[in-house]
Design a protein around this ligand. Structure first.
Ligand code: NAD
Ligand code: DAU
Length: 352
């Protein structure tokens, strides 16, 4: 691999993945980051990487649904692998406005697959990796785990769009022999996550003394994985994963939301010299998310067995790293919240 196209690289996991490649691997090829720069993106996330590696990192602003743009990038940069992170990713937003989810998550993935199909037809070689989610398996009862071949039972517009995209990837593998893999991951946490998601939202609200909104009874369960562990697993699959296969990537670290919010209160209180109870008083049970999935849990035997991967970062250590990052990056938080980066986009792209 010498030319890797990463889509959605200005979002949370994509940013961490590109940083991982440049700082933790011996890869010496180029990385092209194709991102539409939606509300969830911040192009400044990678400005240090852009400065350090001007001949190896390239940001292309564009939409994965635009087949001309995608094909031109693949052609111009001689791309030999694509990792697709680009997506609308927030379940709550999918409930209030599902259309963008259908467009980017389904049509966008289809466009990437079509580009690859046509490229392969011309005798070129290119590999595809799709980033998927444990939400495709739907809501689980206690003790149950989802395996790679468990039936898909999506229940939100977000998970339906991700499930649909995975079906297209598998259909292209089966019908056109596209060299592709899929990974299915649980809830990620870590630096650069947009503060609409549970962990950064709670940290931010604690710092600002705002209410901590817990949906329903707070007993829904999520499995948490530090984002860098996810990045390492993707890198391994890209290099050693068997083509045509799907791999689960989980933290084996299940928490009820209310227990996690209480733990965050304890950890944040220590760092900002407040009493834990002062933060816990901010917890407020609010209306439940419509159709709120109760629990997700992945069985990760396959990736452990085949690729010798397991999560490295302990949960308390990962949460402390995450809290420290948000404490040290108040300017980043301010910018993503105020939409200030839009000005950056205008200056650098729109009126060039
Ligand atoms: P995110 O919302 O933080 O980032 C998404 C990025 O995609 C943004 O930079 C956005 O600008 C870009 N994007 C959106 N639409 C685009 C389009 N049409 N063309 C090009 N770029 C576009 O998301 P994330 O949390 O980093 O998630 C990345 C991927 O991982 C998604 O596919 C998501 O479904 C999956 N995933 C996320 C988690 C998680 O916990 N965050 C867990 C499992 C899987
Ligand atoms: O499971 C993987 C998925 O994890 C990814 O595919 C999604 O892209 C990602 O957004 C995430 O989805 P969740 O819905 O699990 O994440 P979120 O952070 O929105 O919510 C986590 C849990 O916390 C969920 O049960 C809802 C609850 N919650 C969330 C928010 C934002 C609250 O109780 N209060 C809140 O304010």
């Amino acid at each position: 691999m010498h030319s890797l196209l990463v889509t959605g690289g200005c979002g949370f996991i994509g940013t961490n993945f590109i940083r991982y490649i440049f700082t933790k691997t011996d890869y010496n090829g180029i990385v092209i980051n194709l991102d539409k720069l939606t509300y969830a993106a911040n192009p400044e996330n990678l400005s240090d990487i852009a400065e350090m590696f001007p001949t190896r990192y390239f940001l292309e602003v564009g939409d994965i649904c635009d087949i001309k743009k995608v094909s031109k990038i693949v052609e111009d940069y001689n791309v030999d692998a694509i990792v697709n992170f680009a997506a609308e990713s927030h379940v709550d937003r999918s409930i209030y406005g599902p259309k963008d989810f259908l467009q980017t998550n389904v049509v966008g993935t289809f466009v990437l697959l079509e580009t690859i199909r046509l490229y392969l037809e011309r005798g070129k070689s290119i590999r595809f990796h799709q980033i998927s989610t444990d939400e495709v398996f739907g809501s689980l009862a206690p003790q149950v785990q989802s395996y790679e071949n468990s039936p898909y039972l999506p229940r939100s517009p977000y998970s339906a769009s991700k499930a649909s995209a995975d079906h297209f990837v598998n259909a292209y593998i089966n019908t056109y022999q596209i060299p592709a893999t899929i990974s299915i991951c649980s809830n990620n946490y870590g630096p650069y996550q947009f503060p609409e998601k549970l962990i950064p939202l709670m940290i931010l609200n604690m710092l600002e003394g705002k209410e901590l909104p817990v949906y329903g009874d707070g007993l829904n369960v999520r499995d948490w994985l530090y984002v860098e562990d996810h990045c390492e697993a993707i890198w391994l699959i890209l290099h050693q994963g068997r083509l045509g296969e799907t791999y689960n990537i989980g933290g084996e670290n299940e928490w009820e939301n209310i227990k996690l919010v209480n733990l965050l209160c304890e950890l944040v209180a220590k760092k900002i010299n407040k009493k834990t109870d002062e933060l816990k008083k901010l917890i407020k049970f609010v209306s439940d998310r419509p159709g709120h999935d109760k629990r997700y849990a992945l069985n990760c035997d396959k990736i452990k067995r085949e690729l010798n991967w397991k999560p490295k970062v302990d949960f308390i250590e990962g949460l402390n790293l995450t809290i420290d990052w948000y404490l040290q990056n108040s300017l980043w938080l301010h910018k993503v919240k105020s939409g200030e980066y839009i000005k950056w986009i205008e200056k650098n792209y729109l009126f060039r």
